[in-house]
Design a protein around this ligand. Structure first.
Ligand SMILES: [Zn+2]
Length: 258
């Protein structure tokens, strides 16, 4: 069972979409092969690669007396995270820091012919996160983005016998992004997964095979099953609080999203 929640991914700025999905390992291997250096030279987590001032974080805490610590851009590397020696290497006319500054979509275009890099990047675009930068700290992602990045990291493995439980994945998403999310669900289902979603979004409900409406309200007056069935059945059920909204929105089947 895979629980996909909205808690932040990674606790420090060293976790990025590219490290989380394994894409950065492939980028470092690509740089190592092209330059004749070790992959460690292209990591901001090793002495060989990181900026000596900020230790690869790109920023430092300024200790100002009587004031809370202030986090500022590292004066040595200007936020690039790497040391001068590593930044002197250019592969495909880019430094490793410039690659981390690319969006996932841009990187996928650049490395379309390098399968080891393109393979982990494509699912990130598929879940609608192509705008993230490879080096963006994952703790700064929104809850919805964290959920989708977790799904992206799972998309490459076999989905047979996998049960996903998602807690309000639509929270904070634009309607267009909800469509993308539902597309990702379809892909997981096609690959054999089972998906349980807790949500209030009518477009998400409309795409379910089976809806269990809990209520009748929240808190101590909730927790009972008031209606269940296909979206169309729940929409027509007089006991369902959600039903009338589902019926009114016309969202009673996947076609409503098309
Ligand atoms: Zn630095």
């Amino acid at each position: 069972m895979v629980e996909i929640d909205a808690t932040p991914i990674g606790l420090n700025a060293r976790s990025t979409p590219s490290t989380y999905t394994g894409a950065f390992d492939a980028v470092r291997a690509h740089f190592a092969a092209a330059s004749g250096r070790s992959a460690g030279h292209f990591s901001f987590n090793t002495k060989d690669g990181q900026c000596p001032t900020c230790k690869g974080l790109g920023s430092i805490d300024l200790d100002v007396q009587y004031l809370p610590d202030i986090n500022v851009q590292c004066p040595t590397c200007q936020g690039a995270r790497f040391n001068d020696d590593t930044l002197s290497v250019r592969v495909d006319d880019r430094t490793i820091a410039e690659v981390l500054d690319l969006t996932v979509r841009e990187a996928l275009e650049l490395y379309a012919e390098v399968p080891a890099i393109a393979r982990p990047l494509r699912p990130i675009v598929d879940v609608g996160l192509g705008y993230l930068r490879l080096g963006e700290p994952t703790p700064s992602l929104s809850g919805g983005e964290s959920q989708r990045l977790r799904i992206a990291a799972r998309l490459r493995s076999s989905q047979r016998d996998v049960l996903y439980v998602l807690d309000e994945p639509s929270t904070g998403l634009h309607p267009v992004d909800i469509r993308t999310l539902v597309g990702v669900f379809d892909r997981l289902l096609d690959d054999g997964a089972t998906i349980v979603v807790i949500d209030h979004d009518l477009d998400v409900l409309a795409c379910a095979d089976h809806v269990i409406d809990m209520g009748p309200t929240g808190g101590p007056d909730g927790g009972r099953i008031v209606a269940r069935g296909t979206p169309a059945e729940v929409a027509a059920d007089p006991h369902s609080v959600t039903g009338p909204y589902l019926a009114r929105s016309g969202s009673t089947g996947p076609a409503a999203l098309a």
